[in-house]
Design a binder for this molecule. Structure first.
Ligand code: ARG
Length: 625
């Protein structure tokens, strides 16, 4: 490996092969231009695709005065001394850019052993999350990722599914970057709807059914009672709309009873709390194995209920003192419009209801404060659907307006949102729970696999394999586009083995595993391969150049938090692989045993990279299918 004499901030040649190239190029260009190597280093971008080189420099970024950029690019290309910088070929001037192509003979010997030695760590740079970036083994930054967050007794809808998939990915990403990640599931386990659920439990609850399947039974009870409540709710809403006094309506019937029950919960009355606690505890127990199917565990099952009354009372005091929380018809609200132009477009937000109970926003404020006290987090990410954008903005802005006790907190908070999924449904009807989606897609997958009898017979555990493929299908479909995009839930397409799907990616991985089994080399044996044997094989060089980009992709993704960046990369790798197999035959290569060995090393590096990317996304790579 090329030794590094320079230390440049942000450069990580020990984890990122492209940084090795960047450093070498920066050094040579610093010599030619007299500019600072660190400045040049930061201007060297990864090219969009490898036909445009491995790295690209937009010459205007160097801000050299004088000739037009295109002329400068040409001059720099000519001046570049490849004998001083053999890691790259002579650069190509293309318009105002310089394209740098790695020199294959150097690249192969550098990258393949690099990947094989790093193994599961390839692509990760655990120094990013350190408080002091230069220190080795120093203190790690703490980040909270709040995701999934379904509501007890309600359906697990697509918003929760996407939050679960994207949130798990973001957590993995930060963990790989060396952060200390706390995964929190913030359950919808508090609020007036629990008052209604309690009324429903009285009318329709069946103890045995509840114990057998708490989530489903509570949902059923809630649906039934909501049906009963409907006429009343409509009357109430209409009266409100007409601006009438609704206090009488609010005190009778189911509305009155459910409000009263919730009030008892808020007042910590033992009986009300005991019932609610049973609903919650059994539901959480039932969630855990479902998340485990997706490789997900949470450090904390928190929820709206875990926000302490005292925390909220204190917060309200602070906010009232600062003139942020103001009375409005008996309630306490934030009137953002009054706080200057920056808040102009924001709606009035309620903090405390008229009867003194807390609401969603106030509980969220309390949750931030408690988490900050408990974890002293450096950052906190909320993975929540786009529809709650306004709510989260109210949350962040209220804390910002809160002043000194909350100074600096709101800057640490970030909302990661995502678009809608249309038509998520099982074949029997609309889905309600996560298990149902997974079961349905997996059983469909199983049917597809059965249709190829010969292959099917070779799969050691078809039920488990079809489940893993089904889960991959759902997840890959979800992560394929940018987060903000909406997409259509399409069972046929997502489970297909053709096109950019989860099963296709799994197949690409399983094929590489099969090569590894057939060639049977140990890592040590692969490291002894003669890498120069691949120098004249363009497909092999292309593959290595794609493999070499992976750590840079991961680093970039840390900024965008877009899973599609990794996924698109993995598909590009898979496509490059599938066009290589016929040319770069590996089992009993006609060119002899040393060629078999070096190709096996190449495919092993590809397998490792593919696997690492899949694991980062939260997929479980299968070895046979
Ligand atoms: N339980 C909420 C819902 O399903 C999502 C929670 C979002 N997180 C938050 N801190 N408000 O709509």
């Amino acid at each position: 490996m090329a030794s590094q004499s320079m230390s440049i901030p942000g450069a990580s040649p020990s984890t990122n092969p492209l940084d090795i190239l960047r450093l070498a190029i920066a050094k040579e260009l610093a010599h030619a231009t007299g500019l600072d190597a660190g400045f040049i280093f930061a201007s060297l971008d990864r090219s969009a695709t490898i036909d445009k080189g491995d790295l690209i420099l937009a010459v205007p970024r160097l801000r050299i005065k004088g000739k037009p950029p295109a002329a400068q690019a040409e001059k720099l290309a000519l001046q570049f001394r490849t004998d001083e910088c053999p890691t790259v070929k002579q650069p190509v001037a293309e318009g105002i850019s310089l394209q740098f192509h790695a020199n294959p003979s150097e690249l192969l010997g550098d990258v393949l052993p690099f990947v094989l030695e790093k193994g599961d760590q390839y692509g990760l740079d655990p120094s990013i999350g350190l408080r002091e970036p230069s220190a080795s083994g120093g203190e790690r930054k703490k980040i909270i990722v709040e995701f999934s967050s379904p509501n007890i007794a309600k359906e697990f809808h697509v918003g929760h599914l996407r939050s679960t998939i994207i949130g798990a990915f973001i957590s993995n990403l930060y963990e790989g970057a060396g952060y200390d990640v706390v995964r929190i599931n913030y359950l919808g386990d508090w609020g007036r709807q629990f008052g209604l659920l309690a009324c429903g439990w009285e009318r329709y609850g069946v103890q045995e059914e509840f114990e057998r399947d708490p989530i489903r039974h509570l949902f059923k009870v809630y649906v039934q009672i909501s049906g009963d409540f409907k006429p009343e709710e409509e009357l109430y809403k209409a009266a409100k709309k007409r601006g009438e006094d609704t206090s009488v309506l609010e005190s009778q019937g189911l509305l009155g009873a459910s409000k009263a029950f919730f009030k008892k919960m808020e007042d910590n009355e033992p009986e009300a709390i005991a019932l609610w606690e049973r609903f919650r505890a059994l539901s959480v127990e039932r969630y855990k194995p479902t998340y485990a199917r997706l490789n997900i565990r949470f450090d904390e099952y928190s929820g709206e209920s875990t926000v302490k009354k005292a925390t909220m009372t204190n917060a309200l005091e602070v906010l009232e003192q600062r003139g942020v929380a103001v009375p409005d018809q008996g309630a306490l609200v934030v009137d953002f419009a009054k706080h200057g132009p920056a808040y102009k477009k924001m709606d009035l937000a309620i903090l405390r209801n008229r009867n003194g109970t807390s609401n969603y926003l106030l509980r969220d404020i309390g949750a931030v404060i408690q988490r900050h006290e408990q974890y002293h987090f450096d950052e906190m990410i909320y993975v929540v659907m786009h529809e709650q954008e306004a709510h989260l903005r109210s949350l962040f802005k209220t804390l910002e307006l809160g002043g000194p006790p909350y100074d600096g907190i709101s800057e640490k908070l970030k909302h990661i949102s995502f678009g809608k999924v249309k038509g998520m449904s099982t074949r029997k009807g609309t889905v309600v729970f996560l298990d149902d989606v997974i079961n349905d897609v997996s059983s469909y997958m199983h049917e597809q696999m059965r249709s190829n009898e010969a292959k099917y017979a070779e799969i050691p555990d078809p039920a488990r394999t079809s489940e893993l493929l089904g889960i991959s299908a759902i997840m890959v479909q979800d992560m394929m586009g940018k987060r903000a995009n909406n997409y259509e839930f399409d069972l046929k397409r997502m489970t297909s083995f053709e096109g950019d799907t989860g099963p296709y990616l799994q197949y690409a991985h399983a094929r590489l595993c099969s090569i590894a089994r057939k060639t049977g080399f140990t890592r040590e044996e692969l490291l002894k391969a003669d890498f120069s044997l691949l120098t004249d094989a363009p497909l092999a060089v292309g593959l290595v150049r794609v493999i070499a980009r992976y750590p840079d992709m991961v680093k970039q993704t840390l900024k965008t938090l877009e899973p599609t960046t990794i996924l698109t990369y993995l598909f590009a790798l898979a496509h490059q692989l599938s066009s290589s197999y016929d040319v770069l035959r590996v089992v009993n290569a006609p060119e002899g045993p040393e060629v078999t060995r070096v190709r096996a090393a190449l495919y092993e590096a590809a397998r490792q990279t593919l696997r690492n990317g899949m694991v980062l996304l939260g997929l479980t790579p299968v070895e046979r299918m």
